[in-house]
Design a protein around this ligand. Sequence first.
Ligand code: NDP
Length: 308
Amino acid sequence: MTARRLDGARVAAQIREELASEVAVLAAAGCRPGLGVALVGDDPASAVYVASKTKACAETGIHSETARLGADATTAQVLDVVRGYNARADVHGILVQLPLPKQVDTEAVLHAVDPKKDVDGFHPENVGLLVQKRPRFVACTPAGVMELLRREGIDLRGQNAVVLGRSDIVGKPMALLLLHADATVTICHSRTRDLSAVTRQADVLVAAIGKAGFVRALHVKPGAIVVDVGINRITDEAEARELLSPKRFEGFRERGSALVGDVHAPQVEAVAGALTPVPGGVGPLTIASLLRNTVRSARWVHERSASD
Ligand code: NDP
């Protein structure tokens, strides 16, 4: 058996097209959606993520701007940027790219974001609303996964869903969304005993642990739907030979690195019913969710101002 490929890039392109039409309508009504980004420090991966997010904004017609602060920025300086965006009527969404340098109080910064502009869904008010099944802004990666499953026609009702990872950004909101879609949800983490026995119960398995190729055939029930959230850059040739298909391994030899997920794709493809690729799976959906949250935020502002 070869797993069906769940093409996140294709679904994300579809979502972005729909959003571009909505942005055009809002802009014509005088409310062009705007995203304010804070990029702090010199983490190359963060710079790449911010560049792809702002490029996606431009392609969708969303205005975006990026405030850049050095690696020695203080909490007060980052808070100033956030408060500046909070006060601006033309900024409907605020994105603080994580991780922040260690001297910056991440919690204080995330809590300072106006919850009505918190398009990343990290503010406790938005987390609380999600827990109560009254979502306003939902964390972009899990929201993107749900959209993919919905558009692929995967019905979650009554299914056993296992989420591997319990971070605030991915694992926990993912589990809540699956629960709200009437799946029976189990969350696993580094202290879970007999992990493969638990994951093998999953009709839907979501891997978000940050370990290259961790999920093997032995973790997967035959026919399961496997969503690979992980993004790991590998540079070791032996690891690449192990984790990559022969074609992708050729690319690795040319570039000296490759992106892989938390799932050992060549092994799991042979067992699962469906699998998201890395790259081209969940990553593009995360960006599409960010755009969608920003457009929603602008629409709500516009609707409020129209009803005043
Ligand atoms: P974190 O490091 O915050 O969380 C990892 C989680 O995995 C923790 O809950 C940890 O358990 C658990 N874990 C680690 N090792 C094991 C193990 N051996 N067995 C079982 N559980 C384990 O990571 P994130 O949630 O932020 O990210 C996870 C992955 O997703 C990363 O690869 C990241 O790059 C990627 N990512 C991808 C995005 C996308 O757009 N596609 C967006 C965000 C993240 P414990 O809590 O016990 O420590």
